[in-house]
Design a protein around this ligand. Structure first.
Ligand SMILES: CC(C)(COP(=O)(O)OP(=O)(O)OC[C@H]1O[C@@H](n2cnc3c(N)ncnc32)[C@H](O)[C@@H]1OP(=O)(O)O)[C@@H](O)C(=O)NCCC(=O)NCCS
Length: 183
């Protein structure tokens, strides 16, 4: 098994399950992805670019499950995907010990500890596995909640790319690179 499922009780007293994604999650993951993009201004992919077929999504799930430096976690409540986290491990041998993290939650499940629980579960997995040495992530420099959460989990700022992101209104936002060194 990729990872033992974890149950966690959130600040609203609802208990949810965190587990590795499986092939049959493809449709629900695509649906959740569309909703994340509608609900958050802090994701880089646009709705038009989010156009994978179920087969492509299944292949992505399989590739993250097969690789020792990859992980795709889903948060599930009543069989519905309410959040997800991916660790995309590098392919080439010299950088295989690095993965880039992405995370998003459905809006009504934000700010009640689910992001903390997903990140902690992914970090625990990476530490136990012992393959990854660094987890990296990119975040809008304006995304205060996400940055606060990443700092709480031990991530440190590693760089800033000025005006990296072009917003829908034509304005530009800096991209912040953050990293967590695993021991
Ligand atoms: C960013 C995201 C993953 C965070 O997950 P979450 O479940 O909302 O966060 P949590 O409730 O676990 O924790 C947030 C923490 O930041 C704190 N926080 C929230 N807003 C804050 C702010 N403006 N300034 C400082 N701290 C803040 C909270 O108090 C909380 O800490 P605590 O649990 O110690 O009180 C989630 O909100 C989300 O999916 N947002 C939309 C998509 C997105 O931005 N993804 C990240 C792209 S890099």
């Amino acid at each position: 098994m990729k990872i033992e499922p974890v149950t966690v009780t959130l600040k609203n007293n609802i208990t949810v399950t965190l587990r590795a994604a499986v092939k049959s999650d493809a449709e629900a993951l695509l649906e959740a992805g569309w909703r994340y993009l509608e609900e958050s201004p802090y994701l880089i992919t646009t709705i038009n670019e989010f156009n994978w077929t179920q087969q492509q999504e299944q292949a992505w799930i399989r590739s993250l499950n097969e690789k020792e430096n990859g992980l795709l976690l889903v948060a599930v409540y009543n069989t519905k995907i309410i959040g997800s986290l991916d660790l995309r491990g590098e392919l080439r041998s010299k950088v295989y010990q690095n993965a880039t993290l992405g995370i998003a939650l459905r809006k009504q499940w934000q700010q009640i500890g689910l992001g903390t629980a997903l990140l902690q579960t992914a970090i625990n997995w990476a530490q136990q596995k012992g393959i990854l040495k660094n987890i990296w992530l990119n975040v809008h420099a304006t995304n205060e909640r996400a940055i606060a959460l990443y700092k709480k989990m031990g991530f440190k700022e590693a760089g800033l790319q000025p005006n990296y992101i072009k917003e829908a209104d034509g304005s530009f936002t800096d991209n912040k690179l953050m990293g967590l060194a695993l021991n």
